[in-house]
Design a protein around this ligand. Sequence first.
Ligand code: PA5
Length: 444
Amino acid sequence: MSTRLSLDPAYLLDAIPAADLERAMARAREARETLLRRDGAGGEFLGWMDLPRDAPAERERILTAAQRIADSSDVLVVVGIGGSYLGARAVIDACAPQLAGNGLRVVYAGHHLSGRYLSGLLSSLSDARVSVNVISKSGTTTEPALAFRVIKTWMEARYGRAGAAQRITATTDRARGALRELAGTEGYETFVIPDDVGGRFSVLTPVGLLPIAAAGIDISALLDGADLERERALVADAADNPALHYAAIRQALRESGKAVEILASFHPELQQVCEWWKQLYGESEGKNGIGLFPASVCDTTDLHSLGQFIQDGSRNLFETFLTVAGEDMDTDVPVMDGDADGLNYLAGRNFSWINAQALHATALAHREGGTPNMTITIPALDAHSVGQLLYFFEAAVAFSGYAQGVNPFDQPGVEAYKRNMFALLGKPGFEDAAAALRAKDAQR
Ligand code: PA5
């Protein structure tokens, strides 16, 4: 069995004229050159390219903090939003079920504004030993800052101020921001998000590594996997470079009129990887009025809900299947006396084999229906494979974004709702914006 991530474009290439793909590939190669020269747009945010950095002291500190959290807690609450929580959640969901388990449960807060969720979460923790990792690069993002205010108060009521401080870890900017200041005042242990790594590219920094390590996942294997893919993505020629290929195919499909890419996982454990991918691709490419809309489904579940649309609805879609070559745990289909459900023809088969046939059948059917598709396969649901997948997607979106002619490392569009929200919430300094909104509303 291969130990490397692979990309199979079998059900797609006849959808793209060879000359178009060749042109897109040439642009992807140029994009990689720009990236390697570090002189393209957003060049100050290329720190992710060098991850994993050789930082043994930091890795040691992460492992020590993670062990302390695991030993002293039943639950770790990760407080963060967007790039400050999606990566950790993706890796933990993908890898944790196969672990013997260190017993630590990781839960999430600060990723939306539901007060009902937050109060329910805290009520559910009344008998648990709790630690908290609050993560915010800016230190000022409203959702995690509000959630952390509530959780900090709860922790202090539970453990006292000094006791709570020993159970709270903050991951934030080296020097700036409200969280950095608060962590200093309260004496929390802190980890740094490097200046040159943007939120959605930060999973291989302490942002992701601390909660992932606390969950008992081998971060050295994760980083080794990422490093392996890094060497291939940044160096290998197109013939042996799935990231370059993926970037070129996506751009060729976009130029042919496709508007939506659906990442379709055939494993529920990878659903959060799809969520992480949506942020990475949506924020990196959706700007200047162009870009592929990144959607996701989890199959075969969603074949029974969105399958009809993907087979037969608007033809502006293409699909990228995400699957796993080998399962470490599986279930065999037993023989049933009398064969009442007519499934004895599958007796002795395991679910992985059946799932693989379902993917193959879906790829054929959707291609016939006008939804071209390709398949990314990772070797296993383990840290090394997921590390490869993370770097593959990061490199590919950088190639693809530059090839598309945008800066893949900024996200100016996310500020618009924030300005309106601050105005409506009455934040000091937003009085004029609030008056302008009221005037607009009055005209409706
Ligand atoms: O990609 C990004 O930059 C964003 O999604 C951020 O990660 C998200 O808004 C959280 O920001 P912060 O870490 O500053 O709280």
